[in-house]
Design a protein around this ligand. Structure first.
Ligand SMILES: *Cc1c(COP(=O)(O)O)cnc(C)c1O
Length: 475
């Protein structure tokens, strides 16, 4: 399999060439030249693989369709090392359960080390990075900014890995006590927590400034692990197949997925799975108050918001102003026309912060051909849904999952199972659970007393030079 850019650069690259890169050189995102088609016989075989070899076996089968520059035995070993019951809590890795009589199934993606779905991809990325860097005899310093979920997922994936060091900036004193404890209690030498006296945007600006200093970037081998990384997307494709197999007994059944969305990473993996031939009826995008994506799928207008119009909500991992993976879907929607995609994303968006496809005949295909639908959930919906699911089913869901369940209920179709993706455990967002239920959620035993553990974090002023000095000193 070869990879090309969404903005027209068709220089063929292999998987490991793009693994350690972010954007393509022309500013686009990488996608495979085509999506491998999985026919009926192959679907049946994959269903059997899941039954006999488990999730790791299925992951190997899907990944091997896209990766041909890692020997098969090594790739299999990487999958087996990643998707274990010890790391993900259950033998099914992403078990599917029925949510009472609601007609909705819940697929659990958040039983990994940091209790959010980002572990599903990040754990694999950690093992892939270690493998590839070892093979090349190189090292990498990952620099990131986090408001919570991404940073901890990256740290738990990279801790103790050879050849990789993580510098993770976060806004000083602004993460929840639980999130701070998760990250700052890590004592591994290759994990460096940096609390910036500022807000999340300041952290992001620092990361951008360091990355834009090409000489510094090269000298200190700076890399990232953000959600545009193709390997992360590919890892997520696997659980759509697993969810489908867990929820059905044969391939004639179609299912729908409802996905709580921010950067369009999770649901874009669903789009890839559907494009491969997985029998998905609808892909329902659920947004919170930051409804850029819902607006697009309803109207055809994609309007990026500024910081002032990006709301802080009670499903904070979806508080985005623009969806960084959306360009991948638009590329497919426009018939993989790189020049047209470039015109929208590098010209229209940078000059007017919006584009509108309402009058473009191809926009219809978003729902008719690609199966997309969307909906929105706000704070009061979230509280009501958490309370309702708790009362009806005795299950406590987190605020992001509640957004998905709320929107899923609005898109049920007779005879089509609807799988809502659970993207975090409620303990990560205890305040909102208390608001909805009057009591905090249960805490998994392994997190007992985590807030009292010793912490390791370096507090720095909101200053690029201070961060650069720390990187230069350590690396
Ligand atoms: C990151 C995240 C999301 C949003 O996923 P995208 O891939 O950005 O659409 C939803 N829920 C939780 C809990 C997350 O951490």
């Amino acid at each position: 399999m070869r990879y090309i850019s969404t903005r027209g650069d068709r220089t063929p690259r292999q998987f490991c060439d793009i693994l350690l890169e972010g954007l393509a050189p022309d500013g686009g995102l990488y996608l495979p030249v085509s999506y491998p088609r999985v026919g009926q016989a192959e679907l049946t075989r994959l269903r059997q693989v899941l039954q006999t070899e488990g999730y790791a076996g299925l992951a190997y089968e899907i990944l091997s369709l896209y990766i041909d520059d890692i020997p098969a035995s090594d790739l299999r070993a990487l999958c087996e090392k990643t998707y274990t019951e010890a790391v993900f809590g259950t033998p099914e890795i992403t078990p599917v359960s029925r949510l009472g009589q609601s007609g909705i199934l819940l697929q659990a993606l958040s039983n990994g080390p940091t209790l959010a779905f980002k572990d599903m991809a990040m754990q694999l990325l950690g093992n892939l990075f270690e493998y590839e860097l070892g093979r090349r005899g190189e090292t990498l310093n990952i620099l990131g900014a986090t408001s919570g979920d991404t940073g901890s997922a990256a740290e738990y994936a990279m801790r103790g890995k050879q050849g990789v060091r993580v510098f993770m900036t976060s806004p000083h004193g602004r993460m929840s006590a639980f999130q701070q404890a998760q990250m700052f209690s890590l004592m591994d030498d290759n994990i460096i927590n940096i609390a910036i006296v500022g807000v999340f945007d300041d952290c992001q600006d620092i990361v951008k400034a360091v990355s834009n200093d090409l000489a510094f970037k090269q000298k200190h081998r700076i890399g990232t692990v953000n959600s545009i990384n193709w390997a992360r997307m590919l890892a997520q494709v696997v659980y759509y197949f697993a969810g489908y197999f867990y929820a059905t007994s044969g391939n004639e059944q179609r299912v729908s997925f409802c996905v709580p969305s921010g950067n369009f990473g999770n649901v874009c993996a669903g789009h890839v799975a559907r494009s491969m031939g997985l029998p998905i009826d609808r892909l329902v995008v659920a947004t919170n108050e930051n409804d850029v994506l819902d607006e697009f799928f309803r109207t055809g207008a994609y309007r990026v918001r500024g910081a002032a119009n990006t709301f802080e909500t009670s499903s904070p991992s979806m508080d985005i102003s623009k969806a960084s993976n959306f360009e991948r879907f638009i590329f497919d929607l426009l018939g993989r026309d790189g020049a047209a995609t470039k015109a929208l994303f590098s010209e229209a968006l940078s000059t007017r912060s919006e584009f509108d496809l309402a009058a473009d005949p191809r926009f219809q295909a978003a729902s008719t051909q690609f199966g997309f639908a969307s909906g929105k959930s706000i704070h009061s919906d979230r509280l009501r849904t958490i309370a309702q699911v708790h009362a009806d089913c005795g299950v406590t869901i987190d605020p992001h999952t509640a957004d998905a369940v709320k929107v899923a209920l609005e898109h049920l179709r007779p005879g089509v199972p609807m799988i809502a993706l659970e993207t975090a455990l409620p303990i990560k967002f205890a305040e909102t659970i208390v608001e909805a239920l009057g009591a905090p959620p249960a805490r998994p035993a392994k997190f007992d007393g985590i807030e009292a553990l010793p912490k390791r974090v370096k507090v720095l002023p909101n200053d690029v030079l201070a961060v650069k000095a720390l990187i230069a000193e350590v690396s």
